[in-house]
Design a protein around this ligand. Structure first.
Ligand SMILES: O=C1O[C@H](COP(=O)(O)O)[C@@H](O)[C@H](O)[C@H]1O
Length: 283
């Protein structure tokens, strides 16, 4: 069978950030159940930034198989693990220290290597290879869930627009020393890794993201890093936005519900488009 084109992004918009936080927790738990049922464990990758705070809804969730989680970080600053700039630290504060995930299943950078970015990235890539070689890695690892953010320039993880790192095809993890915002020195999973997951979920909050969300969803042909995360079939991509972030995009929102496969994603987006069009006719 010829390869299928990627499923269209499914866009969920929530009236408040609190509702988004609850819905996101609900979604992550469902993704975990699905992964454990199908593959016996749950591999999740977490991006830096405001995402960590929006994962607070995971604390107190019932019937979560925390012992099946394997947590990795999509990108990480080259800083000690206890630094406020550390992605690991932000997620520890938000939820990881409040749930019973075995410590050896949280895969951090090796902090003894932070002075040597190349070594730091290579060692993290080795951790991925060690883990995924036992399961599904062919050319790239396939995460069950990638949780991503969107920066105001359209960057995701530490993949910034017009940066050479976007052309990386071989490495699973690479590094930059010139990030235009925040800590300059970071490592990051590369675009092919981000696009080989079963589910990618972008989480975007706040009015300062509204214009960029419009560009990403309504003008994907511009090719900004976030628009380029389109997992190949059977992968799916979802966007969770609060009302402020969603205020400018014309992309039709889907009513929040679990979507399991490409066909359901296509039908949900087509239904949302029909609904938006009929609303337009009424006005
Ligand atoms: O620099 C980064 O920015 C984006 C967005 O961060 P946010 O704090 O505005 O949510 C983030 O997704 C990325 O991982 C991070 O390195």
């Amino acid at each position: 069978m010829p390869p299928q084109p990627p499923a269209p992004p499914v866009f969920y918009s929530f009236n408040t950030t609190d509702v988004l936080v609850d819905s996101l927790a609900n979604f992550v738990v469902k993704a975990q159940r699905d992964a454990v049922e199908k593959r016996g464990k749950f591999t999740i990758a977490l991006s830096r930034g405001t995402l960590a705070a929006n994962l607070r809804g995971l604390v107190g969730q019932e019937n979560v198989q925390w012992d099946k989680w394997e947590v990795f970080f999509c990108d990480e600053a080259a800083v000690p693990l206890e630094s406020e700039d550390s992605n690991y630290h932000s997620n520890i504060v938000s939820f990881l220290s409040h749930v019973p995930i075995p410590k050896n299943q949280i895969h951090t950078i090796d902090p003894s290597l932070i002075d040597d970015l190349e070594e730091l990235a290579d060692q993290y890539e080795k951790q991925l290879i060690d883990h995924f070689a036992k399961s599904n890695a062919a050319r790239y690892p396939t995460f069950d869930l990638m949780l991503l953010g969107m920066g105001t320039d359209g960057e995701t993880a530490s993949l910034f627009p017009r940066h050479d790192i976007l052309t990386e095809k071989d490495a699973w993890v690479s590094y930059i020393d010139d990030a235009p915002r925040g800590p300059k020195r970071r490592i990051t999973m590369t675009l092919p890794v981000l696009t080989h997951c079963y589910r990618a979920v972008f989480v975007v909050t706040g009015g300062e993201k509204a214009e960029m969300l419009h560009s990403i969803l309504d003008e994907p042909e511009i090719g900004l890093p976030c628009s380029r995360v389109r997992p190949a079939s059977p992968g799916l991509v979802f966007w969770f936005a609060d009302a402020d972030a969603a205020s400018t995009t014309k992309y039709p929102p889907t009513t929040f519900r679990w979507i399991d496969n490409q066909k359901e994603a296509e039908e949900a987006v087509a239904a949302a488009k029909r609904k938006a069009a009929s609303k337009g006719d009424d006005e």
